[in-house]
Ligand binder design. Structure first.
Ligand code: SF4
Ligand code: SF4
Length: 394
């Protein structure tokens, strides 16, 4: 006998999805063209038709605990072919935004990132904080050095004697790191807790829906699946299976690799400063500096192309505040980083400090709000793809 399921519609969820870019969801008349059109949906229980039904019924719990919403790469093929203009690709994107907000804590911060009215706060708080740091660095550097002289290599005036433009003379590296190290730690903890819940939920959901016969989650096998999935992600194989937005693959790849490059650069210079006690600025002939410059240029071009693609496809693929927020932050991060470096090399001291100030605000917006912004898709999609590989969902 068919199992009975008592649907409990969550009207707030429907409103949330519609407000985040899925306002077309009620247009769906369940023809299933989208599931047939999707080049990457698994044969067994394909998406996005079933998600369209669940969304229009307001089945929030069923949807945000589903790994399938993350397997979608937002290519738009299904939206192009939908005979009713229900834009299933956009609806799935909106559901993913709700899922990010749902799993992340604190929720107030998660809601703030999707609310354009809160943008002045998101930009204003780091702007004030870094202005205070600059003021203290410029006016109380020597006093601070005396107070903290018990720390072996604590020095605010690192470049006395020779005139080298160093951002540390305007924003003490100590203060900058004392801002970003705790921020990065908090972000890592938030991600760990969110992903732990997310993984357990998608596993329970998969068991319930019969998508896997592995009733207990085996972390060793899950880790092995992760190793197998990483090359697929780096090569952007799934992006290349799509048709409508195939041109997104190259810019997306540029942005991903530039972040990997900049992460390596930051880690190396952090060790060079705190372990080998050698402060910057470092020579342009240094290979790590090459990597930084190449990654910076790739970030500007990649995110610039992503913005151009969105503007060109204004009619077919609508872009919402959550998309513009993260695109804007990533582009600003790359651009202000490159301008800081170029003006420093051109000896435009205070202009360079100003761009560095904007750069710090962009870095803060990217990292502090990482678990709440669209950028969180990096880890949620990685987890969902790994789970699909682990559960042998082809
Ligand atoms: S979203 Fe469009 S293509 Fe998909 S089932 Fe609904 S009406 Fe059909
Ligand atoms: S947007 Fe692309 S990947 Fe996502 S469901 Fe539609 S066709 Fe599939």
């Amino acid at each position: 006998m068919t199992e009975k399921y008592l649907a409990q519609p969550d009207l707030d969820f429907i409103a949330q999805v519609r407000g985040l870019g899925g306002e077309t969801l009620k247009k769906c008349y369940q023809c299933a063209t989208c599931s047939v059109a999707c080049p990457i949906a698994p044969e067994d229980s394909p998406f996005p038709r079933k998600e369209m039904i669940a969304a229009s019924w307001g089945l929030k719990d069923k949807l945000i605990c589903s790994g399938d919403i993350w397997l979608c790469h937002e290519c738009g093929d299904c939206s192009d072919l939908c005979p009713r203009g229900a834009a299933p690709g956009d609806v799935l994107s909106a559901i993913r935004s709700v899922a990010i907000t749902e799993y992340a804590r604190p929720k107030a911060l998660a809601n703030a990132v999707t609310d354009p009215k809160k943008l002045p706060f998101l930009l204003g708080i780091p702007a004030i904080w870094f202005a205070i740091l600059a003021f203290i660095t410029m006016t109380a550097g020597e006093t601070m050095t005396k107070i903290f002289e018990f720390i072996p290599f604590f020095d605010w005036a690192q470049h006395e004697g020779e005139h080298v433009i160093a951002q540390a003379d305007f924003f003490s590296t100590w203060f900058v790191d004392l801002t970003f190290v705790p921020t990065a730690t908090a972000v890592a903890i938030i991600f760990f807790l969110s992903l732990k819940n997310f993984l357990n939920d998608i596993h329970e959901n998969a068991v319930l829906e019969g998508k896997t016969d592995k009733t207990t989650l085996n972390y060793k096998e899950f880790f092995q699946a992760l190793i197998r999935v990483i090359p697929t992600i780096l090569r952007h194989d799934k992006f290349n299976e799509c048709e409508s937005n195939k041109d997104r693959a190259t810019p997306h790849m540029m942005v991903l690799f530039s972040f990997i490059g900049l992460f390596i650069v930051t880690a190396i210079f952090f060790i060079v400063l705190y372990v080998f006690q050698t402060p910057g600025p470092y020579s342009q002939l240094n290979p790590v500096k090459w990597l930084a410059n190449i990654s910076g240029v790739a970030l500007v071009i990649g995110s610039g192309l992503m913005i151009k693609n969105r503007l060109d496809k204004k009619e077919e693929q609508l872009t919402y505040y959550k998309d513009w927020f993260i695109l804007g932050v990533v582009f600003a991060l790359g651009l202000t980083g490159m301008l800081t470096e170029m003006t420093r090399l051109a000896h435009l001291e205070y202009i360079s400090y100003f761009f560095y100030y904007l750069h710090l605000i962009a870095i803060f917006n990217l990292f502090a709000f990482l678990p709440f912004s669209k950028m969180a898709h990096l880890v949620y999609r990685l987890t969902a793809m790994t789970y699909a590989e682990y559960s042998n969902r082809k």
